[in-house]
Design a protein. Structure first.
Length: 403
């Protein structure tokens, strides 16, 4: 499979010349990227070569392969199929939302009705009594927990330190791993990890909108420890360097790998702290650092736990919007009513849909798939969960392989 893997990397770079969002990270030979830029292979030729590589994989003899070898074969096959679908989309083809997510990310999000979300909204409505709409009441409640801009870095750095210490107590990370943090604006996302190779990342935090106190641990875990930074560093160490699997020198964003990346990053927030540990850490460390009333931590997370159950409302808005069933304005209204987003956050969410389309399923559905997989194998034992989590982020497993 090594020659096919090398061709897969070069085709990914060739597609990245046409699609600036396709290659999220690359840390392979610099001359390959330079050659892709110079050649500018036409999309039709990339498509044809991707199909030929899949045919080559189908002809591979799998008897005698260890489990990791079989996983590698499946990984390359589905990553290539996603590449073909992305090329078709760049050429103007539009898939229905669910078919697009299946081809690109190897998963389909559940369909939920308005009634499904209304039942959850009724429970939240009882928890937040008072005048005004539920969205307005929730927004007013959460405004009490905004990190002051001048304290954001101190709070975030404290969260990073705690997440790193906890991760290192369970996972062996490559020597010299590190990341830097930047605060940016005018982005369609809240945070982003740009993996640079050699076990280093650049993490950017978007400050366009207020940053709530829960986002400190969320971002530190999701983008850093044990999320994207650790995931990419372990793939580089265990698969690229130790096994010589060159395909892990490139990370194509529109591919099944992304659901695993986002799902493990989101579940990382759960594995790094138990619920009780997180409440204690926030009460004793982060709330005081942010100048917030520490006795309110329980109230805050009780409401957040209720709102998290509405996360799939975002998928439903994306499905309807990208299928052409509702307009952008109607998607904003849907997110306002059923995801309880303020107009500004809903508009940011729709901008994300415009740019990344069905990628939205990777966060909540990805977390759900990863959670079920890890907890099915590890049960309620926190140490066992760390072990299974570490094995998952050091392997080429894909979404359909976790079911």
């Amino acid at each position: 499979m090594n020659p096919i893997a090398e061709s897969y990397v070069k085709l990914s770079l060739a597609l990245g010349v046409h699609d600036g969002d396709f290659v999220d990270a690359y840390h392979g030979p610099a001359e390959w990227q330079a050659a892709a830029t110079a050649e500018k292979l036409p999309l039709a030729a990339i498509q044809e070569r991707a199909r030929a590589l899949r045919a080559g994989l189908a002809a591979c003899e799998l008897n005698g392969l260890e489990e990791m070898g079989r996983l590698r074969h499946e990984y390359l096959t589905k990553q290539l199929r996603a590449m073909e679908a992305r090329i078709e989309m760049l050429g103007g083809k539009r898939y229905a939302f669910d078919e697009e997510s299946r081809l690109l990310f190897d998963a389909v999000a559940p369909v939920n009705s308005e009634e499904y979300f209304r039942a959850m909204l009724t429970e939240l409505d009882r928890a937040l009594p008072g005048p005004g709409s539920l969205t307005e009441r929730l927004d007013a409640f959460k405004k009490q927990f905004i990190i002051p801009p001048e304290k954001l870095d101190a709070v975030f750095q404290a969260a990073i330190k705690a997440c790193r210490e906890r991760t290192l107590s369970h996972l062996a990370l490559p020597a010299g791993e590190s990341f830097t943090v930047e605060y940016v604006t005018k982005k369609p996302w809240g945070g982003y990890n740009w993996y640079k190779g050699n076990y280093h990342s650049l993490i950017q935090v978007n400050t366009d909108l207020p940053v709530y106190i829960d986002r400190a641990v969320d971002l530190a875990a999701h983008e850093g420890y044990p999320g994207h930074h650790v995931y990419n560093a372990l793939l580089e160490k265990n698969l690229l360097r130790d096994r010589g699997w060159i395909e892990f020198s490139v990370y194509p964003l529109f591919s099944p790998q992304s659901l695993i990346a986002e799902g493990t990053a989101n579940y990382g927030k759960v594995v790094v702290f138990t619920a009780a540990e997180r409440l204690a850490f926030e009460r004793d460390v982060l709330f005081p650092l942010a100048g917030l009333e520490a006795t309110r931590v329980g109230d805050y997370y009780r409401i957040l736990d209720l709102t998290k159950r509405l996360s799939f409302a975002g998928n439903e808005a994306a499905r309807r919007y990208l299928n052409g069933d509702i307009t952008a304005a109607e998607a904003v209204d849907w997110l306002n009513r059923f995801a309880l987003m303020t107009p500004a956050r809903a508009q940011q969410s729709v901008r994300f849909m415009d740019k990344y389309r069905s990628y939205v399923i990777n966060y909540n559905l990805g977390e759900e798939i990863v959670r079920h997989y890890i907890e099915r194998k590890a049960g309620a034992d926190p140490v066992a969960r760390w072990r299974v989590f570490g094995e998952l982020i050091s392997s080429p497993r894909l979404p359909s392989g976790l079911k």
